[in-house]
Design a protein around this ligand. Structure first.
Ligand code: NAD
Length: 426
C-alpha cells in the first residue's frame, strides 16, 4: 500500500522527501558517527566520513530521480507509436554487511526509494545499530510502511527475504558465499537478484610509476577502515625493478599510521577489526601466508593486550598463487608480488575469482589505458585508488557479483521497463 502511494508521487515530490532525509542525517551527524564508531570500532574520522557519504547518496538520488527519462519514443512500425515507461519493481529486499553499515544501507535505501519502490532492509547482525537509528530518525519524514528494517541472522531473516513471494528483487552486499546462497533461494520465486560481493583489488605498479605517490595512496587505500573494505588496495603487483623502492616507501608510511580505539583522538587512523571471530580469521590468513613462504616487512601480527587490534601489515616474498593473493583477507594486510612483463602483470591480476576493482600506476597514458581495458573489474583507477563518486556505477564482475549501485545505472537496476505501444493509424 505504502509503495503504491509513493509510486504515484511525481519525481519532484519524491525528491523533496529524499532531501529532507539528507538534511536529517546532516543534523544527526555526530550522533550517528558516534554510534557507528562504537558498533564497529572504526575511528571517528572514518565514521564521520561514512555519514557524509550517506548524505551524498540521498542528495545524488534526490537529483538523479528528477532527471530520469525514457531512451526511445517513436514509430518503429508504421502507425504504431512506442514509448518506454520506467516503473518501480514494487517491494525490494536489501541485505547489508558490517563494514560500512550506514553507507551500505543509505545507498540501497536512497536508490530503491528514488526508483519508486518500498524496501525491507536487513542490516548485518553484527552492526545493526545505525540502520535502526536511521529508521527511527527519519520515521516522521517517510510514509509509514515505505522503509522497513528487520533484524536477525542472514540464514534466517535474510533467507526469508530472499524467499518471500511478494518481494520483487533482493539486493545483497556481502560475501560471495552469502550472495550465492541468496541467489539460490531467489531462483524458486524467479526473483531478480542484485549482488555486490567481495573484492580483492590488484594494484599494478609499472616500473615508470611515481613510487612515492603509490606509497602515499596505499597508506590510506590499503588500511582505511582496517582494510575491511571491498575496494581495499590489498594486492600489489609491482615491477621487479622498483619493488624494493616501493616496499621501503610503504614500510615508512605504515610505521606512521596511528592506531587506537575510536575515542582515543581525532588523529587515530586505524582501529580494531570488527569482532573476535573476524580477528581470528585475519590472523589465520597471516599464519597461512607465513606457511606458504611470505614474510612481514612491517607489522605481521596482533597488538598485545585487549581488543581486536591487528598491526598494519605488508607481506613480501609472497609466492605467485599463494592463498593470501587470491582470497579476501578483509584486514589491514597488503601483499606484494613482483612481475617482469606487462602481460604477466595483467594475467596474474585477472587470475583470481573476484573482480570488483583494480588500479594501475604508470606515467605512460597509453600503457594505463591498455591495462585498464584488459582488467576484469567493475572499476579501474589509473594513478589513484578507492575514489568512489555517487555519480559513477559501483559493482563487480565474475564472483564479485552483478548489478550496479549508485549512479543512473543503479536507478535502472531497481526499475523495470514497460513498452507501451499505441496504434495511431486512422
Ligand atoms: P556476509 O556475507 O557475512 O554478510 C552480509 C549480509 O548477508 C549480512 O546481513 C548477513 O546476515 C547476510 N547473510 C549471510 N548469509 C546469508 C544467507 N544465507 N542468506 C541471506 N542473507 C545472508 O558479509 P560481511 O562479513 O557482513 O561483509 C563483508 C563482505 O561484504 C566482504 O566479502 C566484502 O567484500 C563484501 N562487501 C562488498 C561490497 C561491494 O560493494 N561489492 C561492499 C561492502 C562489503
Amino acid at each position: 500500500m505504502a509503495q503504491r502511494a509513493w509510486q504515484k508521487l511525481v519525481p519532484r515530490q519524491r525528491s523533496h522527501v529524499l532531501h529532507a532525509v539528507a538534511d536529517r542525517l546532516v543534523e544527526q551527524r555526530q550522533l550517528l558517527a558516534r554510534l557507528e564508531a562504537a558498533d564497529t570500532g572504526k575511528p571517528m574520522s572514518v565514521a564521520l566520513n561514512d555519514i557524509d557519504v550517506s548524505v551524498d547518496a540521498f542528495r545524488f538520488m534526490a537529483g538523479a530521480l528528477r532527471a530520469t527519462s525514457s531512451v526511445a519514443a517513436g514509430e518503429y512500425e508504421a502507425d504504431h507509436f512506442s514509448v518506454i515507461v520506467r516503473e518501480p519493481l514494487g517491494v525490494v529486499g536489501a541485505i547489508t554487511p558490517w563494514n560500512f553499515p550506514l553507507v551500505m544501507a543509505a545507498q540501497k535505501i536512497a536508490t530503491i526509494l528514488a526508483a519508486g519502490n518500498s524496501i525491507v532492509l536487513k542490516p548485518s547482525e553484527i552492526t545493526p545499530l545505525t540502520t535502526i537509528k536511521f529508521a527511527e530518525l527519519v520515521a516522521d519524514l517517510l510514509p509509514p510502511g515505505l522503509l522497513n528494517v528487520v533484524t536477525g541472522l542472514g540464514n534466517v531473516v535474510g533467507a526469508a527475504i530472499a524467499a518471500h513471494p511478494d518481494i520483487a528483487l533482493v539486493s545483497v552486499t556481502g560475501s560471495t558465499a552469502s550472495g550465492r546462497a541468496v541467489a539460490r533461494i531467489a531462483a524458486d520465486s524467479v526473483k531478480r537478484v542484485h549482488l555486490e560481493l567481495g573484492g580483492k583489488a590488484p594494484v599494478i605498479v609499472f616500473a615508470d610509476a611515481d613510487i612515492e605517490r603509490v606509497a602515499d595512496t596505499l597508506s590510506v587505500a590499503s588500511f582505511y577502515n582496517s582494510g575491511q573494505d571491498c575496494s581495499a588496495a590489498c594486492r600489489v603487483l609491482v615491477h621487479e625493478s622498483v619493488a624494493d623502492q616501493l616496499v621501503r616507501a610503504l614500510v615508512d608510511r605504515v610505521n606512521d599510521i596511528s592506531v587506537g580505539e575510536p575515542g582515543a583522538g581525532e588523529d587515530i587512523q586505524l582501529g580494531p577489526v570488527v569482532s573476535e571471530a573476524h580477528f581470528r580469521r585475519v590472523l589465520d590468513h597471516l599464519d597461512r601466508a607465513y606457511a606458504e613462504g611470505a614474510r612481514a616487512a612491517v607489522g605481521g601480527s596482533a597488538y598485545p593486550g585487549a581488543g581486536f587490534f591487528i598491526q598494519p601489515t605488508v607481506l613480501v616474498d609472497v609466492p605467485a598463487g599463494a592463498a593470501c593473493t587470491r582470497e579476501e583477507i578483509f584486514g589491514p594486510v597488503l601483499t606484494v608480488e613482483t612481475f617482469s612483463s606487462d602481460e604477466e602483470a595483467i594475467e596474474r591480476a585477472n587470475s583470481v575469482e573476484l573482480g570488483l576493482s583494480a588500479s594501475v600506476w604508470t606515467r605512460d597514458g597509453s600503457r594505463g589505458d591498455a591495462a585498464a581495458a584488459q582488467l576484469d573489474a567493475g572499476t579501474v583507477w589509473v594513478n589513484c585508488h578507492g575514489v568512489i563518486p555517487s555519480e559513477m556505477p559501483w559493482g563487480g564482475v565474475k564472483s564479485s557479483g552483478y548489478g550496479r549501485d549508485m549512479s543512473m545505472y543503479g536507478l535502472d537496476d531497481y526499475s523495470r521497463t514497460k513498452h507501451l505501444m499505441r496504434y495511431v493509424g486512422r
